[in-house]
Design a protein around this ligand. Structure first.
Ligand SMILES: Nc1ncnc2c1ncn2[C@@H]1O[C@H](COP(=O)(O)OP(=O)(O)OP(=O)(O)O)[C@@H](O)[C@H]1O
Length: 259
């Protein structure tokens, strides 16, 4: 039988910050335990302040846990980061305004010194995948918000990382653009077979995209539920109209504690 390997193992992770005013500890994350499988699409949902971004940052080696262990196929997050195992997409795509779309996507490849021919081939491939082939010579300010976010996704995938970490990537977009990006994101995920950890506070978005939805609750940030989403794939916009979808949304919503 084919067994799917664990990509990210999170064991007993705590993160605390000192409160700026009182000096007390803020428990951003308490005893987080979670295994994420290779190729899985997992969303972290919860209200503001429940620790979603902190958990993503701990996985990405942008924040150190106060205690606990994170292992990425046996590596520490630091080793995984050095080996370019992560692609990261932020809420705002942070593009270089003086660089064209092509040169923005190219940036990580320039940093590691990939030969020009390989860079050109890879940029073409990435732009084709995110549907921006005709916009390579444009500058970021000439693009819509949705298109800018597509550039951010193309750039995050440029070095072919195994894991894509996404922090509320679509939250600033209008509903129509968001729906289109959801469909394209599922397509990109299927084509690339990445492991995706996706932070959102949008329950519908989480259920629509994910294999599993991890519900975090605040003060202290902890896992209050993990909901399996069994809705068949490929999913279409009409998947949202099914009783199963409504039932799953209700399950996620009802899992919030202390809000
Ligand atoms: N660098 C920091 N210093 C102090 N406190 C922090 C720091 N980063 C996060 N926190 C605190 O940790 C808790 C979790 O924050 P985090 O940003 O991870 O939550 P979140 O669920 O991503 O929220 P949002 O949806 O608003 O982005 C909050 O109480 C926050 O104020």
């Amino acid at each position: 039988m084919h067994t799917v390997e664990t990509e990210i193992k999170i064991k007993g992770v705590y993160v605390s910050f000192p409160d700026k005013n009182s000096g007390d500890e803020i428990h951003a994350l308490r005893d987080i335990n979670l295994d994420i499988k290779q190729g899985e699409f997992v969303s972290l949902v919860g209200p503001s302040g429940c620790g979603k971004t902190t958990l993503l940052r701990v996985i990405a080696d942008l924040q150190q846990p106060s205690s606990g262990i994170i292992s990425v196929r046996g590596m520490t997050p630091h080793e995984a980061r050095l080996k370019k195992k992560y692609g990261i997409v932020f809420q705002s795509p942070v593009l270089y305004d003086w660089r064209t779309v092509r040169r923005n996507v190219c940036m990580p490849m320039e940093v590691i010194g990939l030969p020009k021919k390989e860079r050109t081939r890879r940029v073409d491939e990435m732009l084709e995948m995110v549907g921006l082939m005709k916009f390579g010579k444009k500058y970021p300010h000439q693009l819509s918000g949705g298109m800018q976010q597509r550039v951010g996704i193309a750039r995050a995938l440029a070095l072919d990382p195994e894991i894509l970490l996404m922090d509320e990537p679509f939250s600033a977009l209008d509903e129509f653009t968001k729906e289109k990006l959801h469909m394209d994101m599922l397509d990109i995920w299927k084509r690339t077979n990445k492991t995706i950890v996706f932070v959102t506070h949008n329950i519908q978005e989480a259920v629509f995209l994910s294999d599993r939805v991890v519900v975090l609750s605040p003060h202290p940030g902890r896992v209050s539920a993990v909901v399996d989403v069994g809705i068949p794939r490929p999913r279409g916009l009409n998947s949202k109209d099914t009783p199963e979808f409504s039932h799953l949304m209700a399950r996620v919503r009802n899992s919030f504690e202390g809000v």
